[in-house]
Design a protein around this ligand. Structure first.
Ligand code: ATP
Length: 513
């Protein structure tokens, strides 16, 4: 199946099974805004819990906060967002569609990469076991020509972005003969800067309203609370502050479902370190975060690092954790060495000293910061994409199963009476009432048992138990495993012991030690 079709199916599946709905659906939606349904909210909460606990429970030097979305507007001046949080936009005059100029060019670079990979794959097929890939890449005239063009474009693009030279970005689009995917023409406008922050007004007009912003990242809430937390928590550098919360960006082009939204949620952790030690901590956090991703068990080949060449105004090192989505490797998390830029800026703009006195070195300094910043929604999409599976069964049927890590699954156990009579529903309810205190357990009596299994497979429920007539005598049930579809007879009294540990977030956290 083409990857594009897989993606469409995942989007449809999210809606059909109560994971994600377009916002304001009955009014035909609101662009790039989404709501999470009954299963989506559980999965999302589990992702957040996995992240939060991995930060705050597993590290005795990381604590959490929950800061407000509205903040003093000067914060965004100090952080550079008022002046520099811009994307270069360009319009196609024929289709009237708007694009990010940088994304158009990056897509063009990716096309060269694709072409190179296709050449290599073709040659591998032709030469079979005699194929020497490294030699082919180094000597094939076709590959070398493509590589040279790609590198030249990349160098030119990086220089234009670093200088934010809007004319040059436009010229690259013209020189590369990039066309609008909708109209197919090269009738482009000038490139303009577009600030991504939403603003609104605070206070009644009588008092004189103040322009405030909806935060475009949660990080600044951490920076401006850094000293409050350090002092009241008696934290010693190195230490971290974690936060989960909403962020808002008026994205120019919002496509690809919940990958790029205008209202989304971030999980950010700022780690404050002694100046000069930041590179060591940067590599440590890279490793820690990759381990967190890989503990989910989707396979190491689904992840890669992408180091930044164009660094944000505040960073001295940056990398992305990319995940293999149905539309290619894409950023889910950014890890940045932010220097002491933010704290120094807030010190300057607020006029208040926020230096840290280090009792070990007897020095005062502004700590350097390593940030790990991950989007909950992108993480959600990556989990959904990796979990969505269509399986051909022996009887010729296909089943759709979400192979979610059990700890993230919205429902852990479904209890199903074989029939709706003879005391089986009552017995099933008894099991639910006992186990619901331990993990998310539901009761379902509608439709045939086969249909009920399929329904649970489709939402990723790792276990189902069936209560049958024998249960009333032997107090045993049939326990079915989602992935293997194997069934075993187990005592009701053993269910908690068998299931609880496997479906707990703790089981994931233990893999991180
Ligand atoms: P991109 O290059 O894709 O716009 P970014 O580099 O601007 O992302 P950061 O500012 O580093 O993103 O934000 C950290 C994380 O927040 C990202 O890795 C991503 O998971 C998430 N994120 C950023 N923008 C969005 C968005 N519009 N919708 C959903 N998640 C987002």
């Amino acid at each position: 199946m083409a990857q594009e079709d897989v993606f469409k199916k995942i989007v449809a599946h999210c809606k059909e099974y109560g994971f994600v709905f377009p916002s304001s659906d009955i009014y035909d939606g609101l662009a790039a805004v989404y709501d999470y349904g009954q299963n989506g909210v559980e999965l999302k909460n589990n992702i957040k819990q996995y992240w939060w606990q991995s930060m705050v429970l597993l590290h005795d030097n990381i604590v959490g906060i929950d800061s407000a979305i509205f903040m003093h507007p000067t914060i965004w001046k100090a952080s550079g967002h008022v002046d520099a949080f811009n994307d270069p936009l360009i319009d196609n005059r024929d289709s009237k569609k708007r694009y990010r100029a940088d994304v158009l060019i990056e897509d063009e670079i990716a096309k060269y990469d694709d072409k190179i990979e296709k050449e290599v794959a073709k040659a591998a097929k032709r030469f079979k076991e005699n194929f020497d890939e490294a030699k082919y890449r180094a000597t094939s005239p076709k590959v070398l020509e493509l590589q040279e063009k790609r590198d030249a474009l990349h160098t030119r693009y990086s220089a234009a972005m670093n200088a934010m030279d809007l004319n040059e970005l436009r010229q690259i689009i013209l020189d590369e003969e990039i066309v609008c995917p909708i109209s197919g023409t090269r009738n482009w406008t000038e490139v303009r800067q577009f600030n991504l922050m939403f603003s609104t007004e605070m206070g009644s007009t009588a008092d004189g309203a103040m322009k405030v912003y909806l935060r475009p990242e949660t990080a600044q809430g951490i920076f401006v609370n850094y000293l409050n937390v350090q002092k009241t928590g008696r934290m010693k550098v190195p230490f971290g502050i974690a936060q989960i919360g909403k962020a808002f960006r008026n994205e120019i082009v919002a496509r690809q479902f919940i990958f790029r939204m205008r209202e989304f949620e971030q999980m950010e952790m700022q780690f404050f370190v002694r100046p000069g030690t930041e590179m060591e901590w940067f590599s440590k956090w890279k490793e820690t975060r990759m381990k967190w991703h890989q503990a989910l068990g989707f396979g190491a080949d689904h992840y890669r690092f992408h180091d930044h060449e164009k660094l944000a105004h505040y960073a001295n090192a940056a990398t992305d954790v990319e995940f293999l989505m149905p539309f290619g490797f894409k950023e889910v998390e950014g890890i940045h060495s932010r220097t002491n830029f933010d704290l120094s800026q807030h010190e300057k703009y607020s006029g208040k000293s926020i230096k840290y006195f280090d009792p070990e070195t007897n020095e005062s300094y502004t700590p350097y910061v390593i940030e790990t910043s991950i989007g909950v929604d992108r993480m959600f999409l990556s989990v959904m994409s990796a979990a969505y599976t269509e399986e051909q069964l022996e009887n010729g049927e296909t089943r759709v199963v979400l192979k979610l890590p059990a700890a993230l699954a919205p429902v852990k156990l479904a209890v199903l009476p074989l029939v709706k009579k003879d005391g089986l529903p009552e017995k099933a309810r008894e099991i639910v009432n006992d186990l619901k205190f331990h993990f998310n357990t539901i009761y379902d009596e509608k439709d045939s048992i086969g249909k009920r299994y399929r329904r649970q497979d489709a939402v990723g429920t790792p276990y189902c138990v069936t209560v049958d007539h024998d249960t009333l005598n032997d107090n045993c049930v049939t326990l079915r495993n989602r992935d293997t579809m194997q069934q075993e007879r187990v005592a009701i009294s053993d269910l908690n012991g068998i299931i609880a540990d496997r479906v707990s977030i703790t089981s994931l956290l233990k893999k991180l030690q």
